[in-house]
Write a protein that binds this ligand. Structure first.
Ligand SMILES: NC(=O)c1ccc[n+]([C@@H]2O[C@H](COP(=O)([O-])OP(=O)(O)OC[C@H]3O[C@@H](n4cnc5c(N)ncnc54)[C@H](O)[C@@H]3O)[C@@H](O)[C@H]2O)c1
Length: 307
């Protein structure tokens, strides 16, 4: 099958491309940036908002994975108009391109943020039928909800098939250096203080990016047609446990400073990926600490290579 991956040069997209290529799919990266990790893969340098260019890159019967977006919520905060164009408006462009060339399906990268983050009962398990956040606390959330609704509305109006993937918090090789795991690794290695808000009991469900990439590929199945899936880690990991796991893996003691809890610091809610397990046969292959250990050792390798 031919698959076009917008955002295929990015952190998650590059792993999705690796997994698609490993399964023998003819894969084309459509991205503003030149891919650093997928030698030999077809690459079209293009903007996901450029409908004419998209239409030239996509062929009838292709599946389009749409991962291109503004994924950095801080940049979203700084420039919401531009970020929204790259996120929700780009989704409508991809759907239109799919319609024009009669593509098989659009597979959208979305986020657990669409459920909202600070309100609600922390005991509740979130499944895909949970309503969208009624009181979104970030424009990123609004933009992703809009992108999802464009998929659903486009299908209702024009019959464009879709799959929506709601990612948890990915970590692993090629992650942005300012995200939590590489930041903690760096601080522990440099003996710098890690500042934790509250007592560190707030938890998250991290998903190893290679497992997430496999979840993306699982969404090619027929059973994923016009469905929404949470693709998330299955373990609750507290911020303190992240630090403690890294201490064990790196064989060092972290300097930790506990500071006042942030107002409304979200303790966490459990997002269930049972639907993906039942319908697609997907679940993360790695336990959290096993994946963290793999990532940390690759991180250390890359530091040695740079020296
Ligand atoms: N990283 C996370 O924590 C996270 C969590 C949930 C969902 N997501 C979603 O997953 C997707 C991928 O995120 P990521 O972390 O790999 O981001 P990333 O920033 O590493 O990659 C995004 C890629 O998209 C490309 N891109 C951006 N705008 C473009 C445009 N207009 N046209 C063409 N290419 C464009 C960039 O060049 C980049 O290569 C995004 O949709 C993001 O919102 C990410």
């Amino acid at each position: 099958m031919r698959v076009v991956v917008t955002g295929g040069s990015g952190f998650i997209g590059s792993h999705v491309v690796d997994s698609l290529v490993a399964r023998g799919h003819e894969t084309c990266i459509y991205d503003l940036d030149t891919p650093q990790h997928s030698p030999g893969c077809e690459h079209v340098r293009g903007d996901a908002r450029d409908l004419d260019r998209l239409v030239k890159a996509v062929r009838s019967g292709d599946v389009i994975y749409h991962l291109a977006a503004e994924a950095n919520v801080n940049r979203f905060f700084e420039s919401p108009l531009f970020s929204n164009e790259n996120t929700s408006h780009s989704t409508l462009c991809v759907l239109e391109a799919a319609r024009r060339v009669d593509a098989a399906r659009v597979v959208l990268a979305s986020t657990e943020w669409v459920y909202g983050s600070t309100d609600g009962n922390e005991e509740v398990v979130i499944a895909e039928d949970c309503p969208y956040a009624r009181d979104p606390d970030h424009i990123y959330t609004c933009s992703k909800i809009a992108a999802e609704l464009f998929c659903i509305g486009h299908r209702n109006l024009y019959g464009t098939e879709y799959t929506i993937m709601r990612y948890g918090i990915p970590f692993g090789e090629r992650a942005r250096p300012e995200t939590v795991t590489p930041t903690f690794i760096r601080k522990i290695l440099k003996d710098e203080t890690i500042r934790i808000h509250g007592d560190g009991s707030q938890y998250r469900q991290f998903i190893y990016v290679k497992d997430l990439a496999e979840g993306n590929v699982a969404c090619l199945q027929e059973s994923a047609r016009n469905q929404i899936f949470n693709l998330n880690g299955t373990e609750k990991v507290t911020v303190l446990q992240v630090v403690q796991a890294l201490e064990r893996i790196l064989g060092r003691t972290a300097r930790i400073e506990f500071v006042e809890d942030r107002k409304g610091n979200f303790k966490g809610r459990f997002i269930s990926s049972e639907k993906a397990k039942h319908l697609l046969g997907w679940e993360p292959r790695h336990r959290y600490e096993e994946a963290l250990s793999l990532y940390a050792s690759r991180y250390l390798d890359s530091l040695r290579q740079r020296r």
